[in-house]
Design a binder for this molecule. Sequence first.
Ligand code: ADE
Ligand code: ZN
Length: 333
Amino acid sequence: MPLPKAELHLHIEGTLEPELAFALAARNGVELPYADTEELRKAYLFDDLQSFLDLYYGLMAVLRTEADFEELADAYLARAAAQGVRHAEIFFDPQAHTARGIPFATVVEGLGRALDRSEERHGVSTRLIMCFLRDQSAESAMATLEEAKPHLRRITGVGLDSAEVGHPPSKFAAVYEAAGALGLRKVAHAGEEGPAAYVREALDVLGVERIDHGLRCMEDPELVERLVRERVPLTLCPLSNVRLRAVDILEEHPLPRMMAAGLLCTVNSDDPAYFGGYVDDTFRAVHEALGIGQEGLRELARNSFEAAFLDGGPEEEALRARYLAEVAAYTFD
Ligand code: ADE
Ligand code: ZN
């Protein structure tokens, strides 16, 4: 049995495995520019974030109906459960679908159908986080928040993703303020390819509670000190950082230094269908490549539940306590 953990940085569209992509393409009459799954997998050699995003957004063409989104999420939850995930906070990119003519409701209701059954079917509690595409306009983000209003019972928070450099968090100040006023939680990708200054902006201008990635905070010792002091969780994705060339090789990932500095680190899979592993695969990889031992892995698992949005009342706190007890009681084999 794998170590129990929460996954806090996972793009549901990034769980689209080549086999499902081809099955959905056939079902929906979508022509893919690859002969088969093998040829598609061969295209998974990325130079940077943008080269990945081009393929990632392109492949989304196969997702068209509520049933497609439901199947995508259900397949992820089954895999996640097998990897020890007990709680998943799942990102989705509504603008990548509405721009193709897929209604917002189709996306959120399809995902929601799978999430509704997740505890019973997979033993995984879930939350949904709606991301704004930062390379689209601030107006488009605001229109997306407006579209989300009839579906807020399904949405816990907002995030910010896509091409980072040149699209600082401050561009989205107004939409984050509006999201906060609606009671939504706030996170943002920052410091993946963008500078440490974007991490500061996400905290100071957007008021985020967690930073997604945050890798480049290590270039700014004062920022590190602040993140430690304020116990700001970082949702790191080491396999993603290697595949998108934020670090050269896993053995050089700063995770051990970040943990040693006292940062509240979590380890996540980002887009596991593209980056060579789901979350327990990632735990194993950092154990092997970075020498993070059993107690280090346990710390990462504990952090994941501490950083989860499980503070909405006594029932959620009890669930968090139960998960933390599972981590404490876990014996490695
Ligand atoms: N969308 C999906 N994966 C992403 C990543 N790693 N960074 C930014 N946007 C993303
Ligand atoms: Zn991400």
